[in-house]
Design a binder for this molecule. Structure first.
Ligand SMILES: [Zn+2]
Length: 862
């Protein structure tokens, strides 16, 4: 719709001349003006407009985001390059997999090829400035006729994604305008990605979210030689960070990539300094360890992270005293202090423009060197002879579903997988036919190796003998351990009859026979919970062996019927779940799950663990609901059987919640429930509810119910990632730690006797005598043997024999506390079962197996 006659005449003019409009004209606001932000849909239109009115831009919608918004890409280059884009991509692919390519051929391809520069902004949606920058960057690339831009366009193909999280752009920018002139907080108070919020930049090895997959598709399709990821940091300190990064970097990152990160980063720093843009800093804060933040460095490319100081979303930061902002002393990694006392959105946009063009100009100037390096990185990987030779995933696994999921993750990252056509021996161990082999000598061997090996994080200190230097993120990410999959690292070459596997698929499943008996499912696969959710939705009774002669504790028992057979067959076909049939007359006792077990998720505003959990519950199809503060006005037991408090749910989250004064009614679900609500939650547990608390929420549950446990780790609590210097005594910033499980306890059903749990600044517990509350330890840290399995741990002895998972009887209710974050970012799937078991076991009833078929009446059914 055209709003004014003036606008109509402008449009007519454009149609006539086909000339591209400048951003200010198109958006009707001055880009970068205080308080003003261009909205995402208009940005998409603008890229389309540039594609229509110039011959340098190709526009594509690549798919829809989590909330159904378009995820778009502008491919920008000289028209001659766009005309032969397929050929240029073919060259990239050839250099990325140089098997059979001679050095001379590679050199020739590097001459013919173009450097692909992938640039995106606002994966973190409150870091709004960079998307505004990308509007100007696209415009200049599309229209500028000067020699600098010509050199870029002739040598570089720019892959420009205006926002890596479009949903967040809608939420944050719309909220900004909606709250203008109101007493309400202007920064969006909740997660700006439906599920994972800020952790959308921690998903680059599990690829769980749609936006991650869309960006990985760009990486895999075009094979860029560099990725520029534009961020913003806090408003104090340096004005911008550019690479090189701080220590440590993952040794699997090729040294050529480390060098590329330095040279491109320093080209940006030089441009800023030359233009008099003060406050640029490097070698600080940001390290290059965790693959959760960096797909590209395992795919032949430098990761260029730029972090520009923020303003108050779009409003300026002004030092009232006229004192300049940030440090004022020059250092080698900070040569030009920022001398002004204000910092505005326009500054962010300008700094963003400068670093983007400096990066592009640099790769344009040294195009062939960059392409040759891209080739050399991959040539080194495919010709690698250093150990380990391979990783073997044995065919026999406790959880075929997560094994497949792990292999699928590797395939998304284009890791080559082979499967054995016959039994073989490797590293002195025999492997069955069907076992998988992942060799390290392959183009993306770096990704495979970092994901499958154990991490040995360097013991970095702030000064010699001093406290640990906190990593930027977590330190352990061994995929097999996270997912409950046995993976063997094999040092030396071995022979085996192998064939490549493109798409790992479950073993074929036979339709379970119909009869008078029951279906039996071992408790070890997570996929059983997908089946449970579907069986419950279909009102089919589900039991677990408590003490049934001939069945392992926790074995799932489902009475045979047409519907139960169909559901189990479907799940088996999708996931590889092993379903057995039995016509034996069972005796003994089972835990009969409460029909359609109703789970409440306490989701404090902006709580990422709760967002991840919401995503997990949806993946499994659990019958769940986010608890709203108004639910505490009514009868909790009429709505929930189990309530889960994710990590980060504090007493204050529950009692105070979001302020009513600062947040409008649409946020009422997250308002505090007050002391009355707090008391009501305690009463609900004692009256028969099941409460499950994870990570820091264990302390909340302990305070709520006076649980007989106390923290076992030295005070003060270990600092989390990025936190202040921790004491020397104990430190564990995100590692995999060994646990021993009581596998006969219903909360540990399906777990092996020992397996690592994920621990990130968490707590371990000692039991205290409880006079009215019964406690049972479900898992503990071992009294002997190594506890650290992958990552970094200081003060192992403090964990010795201390409890991690504990179950309690509180009145008529049931409580399970999981001290370590067993569901951290939905990554440690090996320990999902502890959470799921707790959710379903609490409300279950122990009955004679003969009563399994009989559906109990739902006491609180509406
Ligand atoms: Zn960021």
């Amino acid at each position: 719709m055209l709003r004014t006659l003036f606008a109509a005449s402008v449009v007519a003019l454009v149609l006539q001349t086909g000339a591209p409009q400048a951003p200010d004209q198109f958006f009707g606001i001055k880009i970068g003006a205080d308080g003003e932000l261009a909205r995402y849909p208009k940005i998409v239109e603008y890229l389309q407009h540039l594609a229509k009115t110039t011959d340098r831009v190709k526009f594509e919608e690549l798919g829809k985001t989590t909330m159904g918004n378009p995820y778009v890409l502008a491919t920008i280059s000289a028209p001659e390059n766009l005309a032969k884009l397929n050929r240029l991509v073919e060259i990239n692919r050839r250099l990325a997999d140089p098997r059979g390519l001679t050095e001379a051929e590679a050199k020739r391809l590097a001459q013919e090829g173009r450097a692909f520069y992938f640039i995106y902004g606002t994966i973190h949606s409150t870091e709004v400035g960079n998307t505004q920058s990308l509007i100007e960057i696209a415009h200049r690339l599309a229209t500028d006729s000067g020699p600098d831009i010509k050199q870029i366009l002739d040598n570089v193909v720019i892959l420009l994604v205006p926002s890596q999280n479009p949903d967040g752009q809608y939420l944050v920018v719309d909220h900004w305008y909606k709250t203008k002139g109101t007493p309400f907080t202007r920064t969006y108070p909740d997660l700006y990605h439906k599920y994972v919020g800020h952790d959308d930049n921690r998903d680059w090895f599990m690829f769980t979210q749609k936006e991650t997959r869309l960006a990985v598709d760009i990486q895999n399709r075009f094979k860029p030689i560099i990725t520029h990821d534009m961020h913003q940091k806090g408003s104090g300190g340096a004005r911008i960070f550019v690479p090189p990064f701080d220590d440590p970097y993952d040794p699997n990152v090729h040294p050529i990539i480390a060098q590329g990160i330095m040279t491109a980063g320093q080209a940006m720093a030089s441009a800023l300094v030359s233009q008099g843009k003060g406050g640029v800093e490097w070698l600080s804060t940001y390290d290059l360890w965790a693959p959760a933040r960096q797909y590209m460095v395992y795919h032949g490319q430098p990761r260029i992270l730029t972090e520009i100081a923020s303003v108050n979303l779009a409003d300026p930061v002004v030092n009232g005293t006229g004192v300049p902002i940030g440090p004022q002393e020059a250092r080698w990694n900070f040569p030009l202090p920022y001398r002004k006392s204000d910092w505005r959105l326009r500054d962010i946009v300008d700094y963003g423009d400068t670093v983007a063009f400096a990066g592009m100009a640099h790769v344009a100037k040294y195009r062939t060197a960059w392409l040759e390096n891209f080739y050399r990185i991959h040539a080194d990987w495919v010709n690698r002879t250093d150990p380990p030779y391979a990783f073997v995933v044995p065919a026999e696994q406790r959880d075929p579903f997560e094994t497949l999921e792990m292999l699928r993750i590797l395939r998304i990252a284009e890791v080559e997988i082979h499967q054995a056509k016959a039994p073989f021996t490797a590293g002195g161990k025999s492997y069955a036919m069907g076992s998988w082999v992942i060799r390290t000598a392959q183009p993306y061997g770096a990704f495979a190796k970092t994901m499958l090996e154990r991490q040995k994080y360097p013991d970095l200190r702030l000064y010699p003998g001093g406290p640990p230097k906190p990593p930027y993120d977590v330190t352990g990410h061994t995929l097999g351990m996270l997912m409950g999959v046995t993976v063997d690292q094999i040092e030396q070459p071995f022979d085996a009859m192998l064939e490549p596997v493109k798409t790992p698929t479950p073993a074929p499943t036979n339709l379970p026979l119909l009869g008078r008996g029951q279906y039996l499912v071992a408790p070890s696969s997570n996929a059983a919970f997908i089946a449970v959710a579907r069986l419950q939705a279909a009102k089919i009774p589900v039991g677990r062996a408590a003490s049934v002669p001939g069945l392992a504790p926790g074995t799932w028992i489902v009475p045979m019927s047409g519907d139960s057979g169909r559901i189990l067959f479907e799940v088996a076909r999708e996931t590889g779940l092993v379903v057995q049939t039995s016509d034996a007359a069972l005796t003994g006792e089972v835990y009969r799950l409460k029909p359609q077990t109703r789970t409440g998720l306490w989701r404090g505003a902006n709580n990422m663990p709760a967002g991840w959990m919401k995503w997990v519950f949806e993946q499994y199809g659990f019958n769940h609901k986010t608890i709203a503060s108004s639910d505490l006005d009514g009868d909790l037991s009429a709505q929930y059987d189990t309530i889960v408090l994710p990590d980060g749910t504090s007493r204050s989250t529950i009692v105070n919640g979001l302020s009513r004064e600062r947040n409008d009614k649409e946020w009422s679900w997250a308002y505090g429930v007050g002391e009355a609500g707090w008391k009501k939650l305690a009463d609900w547990v004692e009256g028969g509810g099941t409460l499950v608390a994870i990570g820091s929420a264990v302390e909340t549950a302990r305070a709520l119910l006076d649980l007989p446990i106390e923290p076992a780790l030295p005070e003060p609590r270990p600092a989390g990632r990025g936190g202040a210097a921790a004491p020397l005594a104990f430190y564990c910033p995100g590692s995999l730690l060994q646990n021993e499980f009581n596998t006969t306890h219903p909360v540990a059903y399906g777990m092996p006797a020992t397996w690592p749990v994920f621990f990130e600044g968490d707590q371990a517990y000692r039991l205290k005598p409880g006079f009215t509350i019964q406690s049972e330890v479900v898992s503990r840290y071992p009294a002997q043997g190594p506890i650290l399995q992958s990552g970094w741990l200081l003060g192992e002895e403090f964990l010795r024999d201390q409890a991690n998972v504990v179950a309690f009887r509180v009145g008529k209710g049931y409580v399970v506390t999981l001290g370590s974050q067993v569901d951290f970012r939905a990554q440690p799937r090996a320990t999902f079962k502890l959470l799921f078991n707790a959710i379903f076991h609490g409300p279950s009833t122990r009955v004679d197996v003969s009563q399994l078929r009989r559906e109990p009446k739902m006491a609180n059914a509406k």
